[in-house]
Design a protein around this ligand. Structure first.
Ligand SMILES: [Zn+2]
Length: 269
């Protein structure tokens, strides 16, 4: 079973483990490679500029510090740093991004997308830290997935996310990240794939509705403003109230509801 959830939701990283086993890639010292896996490192270096540009554009700010990516070519390497070795990539709390050998193997095609998703977490982590208590997890993961153009939310389709909403399985908008207890998708009866996809659709809807307001919101969040306060300041209402507009649209709009529109309503007697 593959896990699409990134370390922020499903892993408990070994934060303090030293990183002495990595060496800088000659072509790009931002990429730190496990010795012997330089070819993997070269692929990461090739994907890095676009990934950084996507994150900085989506966050409307440059990285506070040049990001570093640690590339594990072996399972042993990845296991030393991340407690959930099935993960494809992970950001750990002290802003070290570790990539797993999966992204050089069976999940090779996901490298760019997951690198971007994790760099989005790293970017925000540099400014406000990780496990920030005021940021709802749907926003945290939805924004990273949106930034990565679906990366990290790629095991469920939009249609599946809409179907879950119509079936009454909605993201718990109130769940927040806390250092001691990470909220999981199960808390809202969604599977992890539906949770990521629905979260991405929520954040994408906010941005599409009014990008200037969305930009004001995320700049405030990145300046360490409490999420709820920032949301009220920008939108003049709470986020649950605002997002009811998204849910109502999914519930009523025929374009989200293909299966039912083809059936004519029965004639009244
Ligand atoms: Zn994530």
């Amino acid at each position: 079973m593959l896990l699409s959830g990134c370390a922020l939701t499903v892993s408990h990283p070994r934060a303090l483990h030293p990183l002495e086993n990595f060496v800088p890639l000659p072509a790009d010292s931002r990429v730190q490679v496990e010795p012997g896996y330089e070819a993997y490192g070269e692929r990461v270096a090739a994907a890095l500029p676009d990934a950084i540009a996507a994150v900085e554009a989506a966050h409307y700010l440059p990285f506070a510090h040049a990001p570093r990516v640690h590339v594990c070519g072996s399972d042993d390497c990845f296991r030393r740093y991340v407690l959930t070795p099935k993960l494809s990539a992970a950001v750990v709390p002290d802003n070290r991004l570790i990539l797993s050998p999966n992204l050089d193997g069976r999940e090779k095609h996901r490298l760019s997308a997951l690198l971007t998703h994790e760099l989005a977490h790293l970017h925000l982590g540099q400014r406000i830290g990780h496990y920030h208590s005021t940021l709802p997890i749907w926003f945290h993961e939805g924004w990273a997935s949106l930034t990565a153009d679906g990366g990290g939310a790629d095991y469920a389709t939009d249609a599946q996310a809409y179907a879950a909403i119509r079936a009454g399985r909605r993201v718990n908008l109130g769940a927040r990240d806390t250092p001691d207890k990470r909220h999981r998708a199960g808390a809202s009866q969604l599977n992890i794939f539906e949770f990521y996809r629905q979260s991405m659709l929520l954040v994408g809807w906010l941005r599409a509705q009014d990008e200037s307001r969305f930009k004001a919101l995320v700049l405030a969040v990145q300046d360490n403003t409490d999420f709820e306060i920032a949301f009220w300041n920008v939108y003049g209402q709470g986020h649950a109230t605002r997002l009811a507009g998204f849910f109502d649209g999914v519930q009523s709009d025929p374009i989200f509801n293909d299966n039912q529109t083809v059936q004519a309503a029965p004639a009244k007697p």
